[in-house]
Design a binder for this molecule. Structure first.
Ligand SMILES: O=CCCCC(=O)O
Length: 470
C-alpha cells in the first residue's frame, strides 16, 4: 500500500510520501536510543510539564487536527474533534497520575529477610508502536502518553493511509518540549517492521491491528525475545435480556455499531437478543439504524461518513452478500451505493447461521448481525462462540444477571447497560485472538516498564543477603 492521504469521501489522492530508506530508519532508531538515555535522566515532573504542553497544543489545534483526520480516513468531523479532546484528556491524566503509578512500592522487608525491599518501575527503552488508521490520534496517544511519562521513547509505524496525522504526532511531542528522538514517526511500509523490531536498540512493540499483523509481530518478537502488547480485532457481543430498557438499548446499540462509521475494534457487532423481546428490539434497532444520515463527514448533520478504503467497503458488502446468498434476511440497508466516496448504509442482518462469514468474522463497517436466543445460557454460548474476546455488552436490570454476565462473558471488557469504550483510568485489551497485554491505566503504563525487585540487606555477617536458610 503506498504511503498516501486519499480522501475517502471522494477517492482523490491528496498527498503521497516516499518510504524512508534503511539508512533513515537506522538514524531514527539511533536518535530514539539516544533520547531514551536523555529521557531516563529527566524527572517525572519535567516529563509531566511536557505532557501538559502537548495537551495544551492539542486543545488549541483541535479543529485543524480533526479536519486532517477526517480527510485522511473519513470519520465525521464531530467524532474527530472528540478524539482530539480525548487525547488531551489522556495527556493530562498521565501527567497527573504517572508519579503515583510509577512510585516505588514498599514490600514486607521482614518477610523477605531484608532491611528494606521494594518494587521499582523503570523504563525499558525505545518501543515500536504499529498503529491503525481508525482512531489515528487516539490509538497512538494511548500508547505514547504513558510510555513517554515512564521515560521510554516511541517509534511510530502508523497505517499507510494516515501519514499526515502520523507526522503531526511527531511534531506535537517535539513542540511540547520532549527531546529530539523521544517520539519519531517512521514513514515505512509494513515490510520494514520485522527489521525495526529485530534491531537490538528497540526493546518492545505494541500493535493495534489485525490478527494477521499481530501474529506476524509476535513471531518476530518471539524470535528476538521482546515484549509485546497486542490489541487485535473484536466481534463484540451486545446481549439484550427481557428486563432491559429496550429504547435505551436500541439507542446505544445504534451508536455502538455505527460509531466511527462502524470501524472500531470495540464496536458492538453481534446483537444477541432474548426471544421474549427480540421482535420489539429488532424493530426499534432497525428503525434507528435506517434513520442515520450517511454523507459528507465534514457536514455537521452527518452521522455516518464513508469507510476508510474501497477495499474495506467491498469486504463488508461481500460479507453481507454471503449471508444473504445463504438465507439471511436484511432488515435495512445492504445495498452498495454508486457514486463517489466509499459509503455504505447502516445495515441490519438477521437469520444468521454458523458457516456464514458474518457468523465468524469481524465486520468492520456499519453492519449489525442480529441473533435470537431463548435463554441466558444460549446468550452466553453465542456471545462466547467466537475466536475474539475484546469488548462485550449486556443489557439487563436484574442485579444477579449482571453479576453472571460479568463472570461468564469471555472478553477483556464487560460493559453492563452501556457502550464499551476506553478510559485512561481503566485497563483496555482482550483475550483469545483479540490479543494480550493491556493498554491504559497503571496496568498499561507498566507493560513497558522493568518491574524491578530491590532487596537491601544489612550487609553484615549473619544478616542480610544469603540469610535464607530454608
Ligand atoms: O479499534 C479499536 C478502537 C478503540 C477505541 C477506543 O479506544 O475507544
Amino acid at each position: 500500500m503506498p504511503i498516501a492521504t486519499t480522501n475517502p469521501a471522494t477517492g482523490q489522492v491528496l498527498k503521497t510520501y516516499d518510504p524512508m530508506s534503511d539508512e533513515q530508519i537506522d538514524a531514527a532508531i539511533e536518535r530514539a536510543d539516544l533520547a531514551f538515555r536523555q529521557l531516563r535522566e529527566t524527572t517525572i515532573a519535567q516529563r509531566g510539564r511536557w505532557m501538559i504542553a502537548a495537551a495544551d497544543l492539542l486543545e488549541a489545534e483541535r479543529d485543524e487536527t480533526a479536519r486532517l483526520m477526517t480527510t485522511e480516513m473519513g470519520k465525521t468531523y464531530a467524532a474527530a474533534k472528540a478524539e482530539v479532546t480525548k487525547c488531551a484528556v489522556a495527556c493530562r491524566f498521565y501527567a497527573d497520575n504517572a508519579p503515583r503509578m510509577l512510585a516505588d512500592e514498599p514490600a514486607d522487608a521482614v518477610a523477605v529477610k531484608a532491611k528494606r525491599a521494594y518494587v521499582r518501575h523503570q523504563p525499558i527503552g525505545p518501543v515500536l508502536a504499529v498503529m491503525p488508521w481508525n482512531f489515528p490520534l487516539w490509538q497512538v496517544m494511548r500508547f505514547a502518553a504513558p510510555a513517554l511519562m515512564a521515560g521510554n521513547t516511541g517509534l511510530l509505524k502508523h497505517a499507510s493511509n494516515v501519514p499526515q496525522t502520523a507526522l503531526y504526532l511527531e511534531e506535537l511531542f517535539r513542540r511540547a518540549g520532549f527531546p529530539e528522538g523521544a517520539f519519531t514517526t517512521l514513514l515505512v511500509g509494513s515490510d520494514a517492521v520485522d527489521r525495526i523490531l529485530s534491531d537490538p536498540r528497540v526493546r518492545a512493540a505494541t500493535l493495534t491491528g489485525s490478527e494477521r499483523a499481530g501474529r506476524s509481530i509476535a513471531q518476530t518478537a518471539g524470535r528476538e525475545l521482546k515484549k509485546t502488547v497486542l490489541e487485535l480485532g473484536g466481534s463484540d457481543p451486545f446481549v439484550v435480556m427481557p428486563s432491559a430498557d429496550l429504547d435505551k438499548a436500541a439507542e446505544v446499540a445504534t451508536t455502538a455499531r455505527c460509531q466511527n462509521n462502524g470501524q472500531s475494534c470495540i464496536a458492538a457487532k453481534r446483537f444477541i437478543v432474548h426471544t421474549d423481546v427480540f421482535d420489539a428490539f429488532a424493530e426499534k434497532f432497525a428503525a434507528r439504524m435506517s434513520a442515520l444520515r450517511v454523507g459528507d463527514p465534514m457536514d455537521g448533520n452527518t452521522d455516518v461518513g464513508p469507510l476508510a478504503s474501497e477495499g474495506g467497503r467491498d469486504e463488508i458488502h461481500a460479507q453481507v452478500q454471503d449471508a444473504v446468498d445463504n438465507g439471511a434476511t436484511v432488515l435495512c440497508g445492504g445495498e452498495k451505493p454508486s457514486g463517489d466516496g466509499w459509503y455504505y448504509p447502516p445495515t441490519v442482518v438477521t437469520d444468521l447461521r454458523p458457516g456464514m462469514r458474518m457468523w465468524s468474522e469481524e465486520v468492520f463497517g456499519p453492519v449489525a448481525g442480529l441473533y435470537r436466543v431463548g435463554s441466558y445460557e444460549e446468550a452466553i454460548e453465542v456471545a462466547n462462540g467466537t475466536n475474539f474476546g475484546l469488548g462485550s455488552n449486556a443489557w439487563t436490570t436484574d442485579p444477579a444477571e449482571q453479576e453472571r454476565f460479568a463472570v461468564d462473558l469471555d472478553a477483556g471488557n464487560v460493559f453492563i447497560n452501556g457502550m464499551t469504550t476506553s478510559y485512561p483510568e481503566l485497563p483496555f485489551g482482550g483475550v483469545k485472538n483479540s490479543g494480550y497485554g493491556r493498554e491504559l491505566s497503571a496496568v498499561g503504563m507498566r507493560e513497558f516498564c522493568n518491574t524491578k525487585t530491590v532487596w537491601v540487606g544489612e550487609g553484615k555477617v549473619g544478616a542480610g543477603a544469603g540469610a535464607h536458610s530454608e
